[in-house]
Design a protein around this ligand. Structure first.
Ligand code: HEC
Ligand code: HEC
Ligand code: HEC
Length: 129
């Protein structure tokens, strides 16, 4: 039955192409701040890399090159707090970008240069402990 092999391949491809988290064994993706993302969520899921990749931005279709797709803004809204209440870095499996990337075995070098944590805002509770 040669058809079975083809079906299998289609199934595997579909599995890979369809966002994996659409299936049952989902990584738990931390919720972003606010009501919505800078683009439609489904769109972000599949196309976020295109919005933020270097260089290509200017030539990308739709000519998106505004502050809207700043990596810093992504990090601000998608910060995840660790057990100590401080935002975790990309080294943590809980980090927004890492949750999916670890799951999908994607590796990015962005955070060698860019901060994976939001800028520190000093709060009033530093003398407590
Ligand atoms: C070798 C260092 C380096 C690496 C690696 C790097 N960047 Fe950058 N990136 C910079 C510098 C320098 C700037 C310009 C200064 C700035 O705006 O922060 C910049 C600017 C940007 C900007 C526009 C400014 C902003 O905050 O939005 C985006 C978006 C961006 N980088 C995304 C990425 C992404 C995504 C990756 C990984 C695929 C990446 N960068 C990897 C150095 C780097
Ligand atoms: C104003 C806050 C805000 C900013 C800025 C922001 N996001 Fe989001 N993002 C959200 C929210 C809220 C959601 C969840 C929306 C939902 O559940 O429908 C989301 C969803 C997502 C998702 C889909 C997550 C999932 O559940 O599948 C991805 C991927 C994403 N954002 C990436 C980014 C990237 C990359 C940037 C920077 C270009 C960015 N976001 C900037 C708030 C933000
Ligand atoms: C909802 C899951 C999910 C989240 C959350 C997520 N990513 Fe991704 N990202 C992926 C997947 C899956 C790929 C691989 C897609 C592909 O190969 O077509 C990817 C690819 C990328 C790429 C391109 C890598 C390459 O080498 O081509 C960049 C850059 C990227 N993500 C940046 C980010 C950043 C920065 C964040 C956090 C702000 C983030 N992603 C959050 C799922 C996610």
């Amino acid at each position: 039955m040669p058809g079975v092999r083809i079906m299998m391949r289609v199934a595997v491809l579909l599995f890979l192409v369809t966002p994996v988290w659409a299936g049952t064994p989902v990584p738990e993706i931390p919720k972003g701040k606010g009501q919505q993302c800078v683009e439609d969520t489904a769109m972000m899921r599949t196309n976020h890399m295109e919005f933020i990749l270097h260089q290509r931005d200017d030539t990308m279709h739709r000519g998106i090159r505004t502050k809207k797709h700043s990596l810093k803004e992504c990090i601000e809204c998608h910060a995840v707090k660790g057990d100590d209440g401080m935002p975790v870095s990309v080294e943590s499996p809980k980090h927004f970008c890492s949750v999916c990337h670890r799951y999908a075995a994607v590796s990015i070098d962005c955070f060698q240069c860019h901060n994976s944590k939001p800028e520190i805002k000093l709060t009033g509770d530093r003398n407590g402990q």
